[in-house]
Design a protein around this ligand. Structure first.
Ligand code: PMP
Length: 354
């Protein structure tokens, strides 16, 4: 049976990437060493890191005045590193769009006074607050794609302070106007590869502001100066990201990927909007392409659907506990056949099949 994995992360990876990783596992490019065994100071690994960096720059059109860093600690460490490095007057503003914004706010609080300048809490986080936004803090933080609630910003808020965005669940799903941001960060385990690595794209002028009274690992300037090789980086995770980036390029780049993502998400939203049983409650203009929550409105029926889908090879469709119901994550590596299989299972369940 073909299994389609709708997990929010760690998530489905492109099959060609997994096959390539398998073929290179034992003997990387004739070195008779596994990628897992390569020294991070070896020429072979440095080439992997260079390729990953230049592919990020190429695919996302990152301007030269930004550094591209590969760090550890997940997106979660960025919740602390950002205020530690950038909150020079100890004031950080947030747009609160749900569970991951809340976590970012809670982690900034020990280092800075945090202010929520807009929130969609009253709307149960089913939409993105409308601008215009004003901020005079050290930076404004937004969660671009809300993995739990299935919402996404469509446009970068225009503010006169540095704009920092958590792109964990939508990086490389669509082109980004990098110039509109000062920091973009994303954990790897959704669209970039395997857990263990966090991509940080940061404006060089901000890197230069790092206060010196910080432990070395916490300093952006240390990582930038050493090109992500200050200490042992997550070598295998960086290698997998390099393979994922090569796959995106081979697929035709972000244009092809975006068109596929849009078509897949549109077909699922359309099915949900026309269903008499299932629905998605997110404001139409703010719907995520990557994470699509839906429900029957009855927990017992939702549970029955999740079990039914699993028997048909569609796994990890349960929604996050804070939202309930189901959630289909349609990351870049989800094949269109997976979405078609989901549509068919939705239809049959609605027709009464169990
Ligand atoms: N931000 C967002 C939007 C996320 O979806 C996640 C993980 N699901 C995180 C942050 C936390 O990432 P990590 O587990 O890599 O720390």
């Amino acid at each position: 049976m073909t299994v389609f994995n709708f997990s929010a992360g760690p998530a489905v990876l492109p099959e060609p990437v997994l096959r390539k990783a398998q073929s290179e596992l034992l003997n990387y490019r004739g070195s008779h060493q596994s990628v897992l065994e390569l020294s991070h100071r070896s020429a072979l690994f440095e080439a992997i890191l260079d390729d990953a960096t230049s592919l990020v720059r190429e695919l996302l059109e990152v301007p030269l005045d930004y550094d591209v860093l590969f760090l550890q600690g997940g997106a979660t460490l960025q919740f602390s590193m950002l205020p530690l490095n950038l909150a020079t007057t100890h004031r950080v503003d947030f747009i609160d769009t749900g569970g991951w914004s809340q976590k970012a706010i809670a982690d900034a609080a020990p280092y800075a006074s945090t202010r929520i300048i807009a929130s969609s809490r009253d709307d149960h986080y089913r939409s993105i607050p409308a601008g215009p936004f004003t901020s005079d803090a050290d930076y404004l933080h937004v969660t671009w794609n809300n993995t739990l609630e299935g919402t996404t910003f469509q446009e970068a808020p225009r503010v006169n302070v540095p704009l920092v965005a958590d792109f964990s669940s939508s990086i490389l799903s669509e082109p980004i106007d990098v110039n509109a941001f000062d920091v973009i960060y994303a954990g790897a385990q959704k669209n970039l590869g395997a857990a263990g690595m966090t991509l940080v794209i940061i404006k060089k002028s901000l890197v230069e502001q790092t206060p010196s009274a910080l432990g070395s690992y916490l300093r952006y300037d240390v990582h930038a100066k050493h090109h992500s090789l200050y200490n042992t980086p997550p070598t295998y995770s960086i290698y997998l990201t390099k393979l994922v980036l090569e796959w995106i390029k081979q697929e035709g780049g972000l244009q092809t990927i975006t068109a596929r993502n849009r078509a897949q998400a549109a077909s699922l939203y359309d099915a949900l909007d026309h269903s008499n049983l299932f629905s998605n409650q997110v404001a139409h203009t703010d719907r995520s392409l990557m994470n699509i929550p839906f429900s029957t409105g009855q927990q017992a029926l939702d549970d029955a659907f999740i079990a039914y889908a699993e028997r048909h090879g569609l796994v990890n469709l349960q929604g996050h506990r804070s939202v309930g119901g189901m959630r289909a994550s349609l990351y870049n590596a989800m094949p269109t056949t997976g979405v078609e299989a989901l549509l068919s299972v939705l239809r049959k369940f609605e027709q009464g099949e169990r």
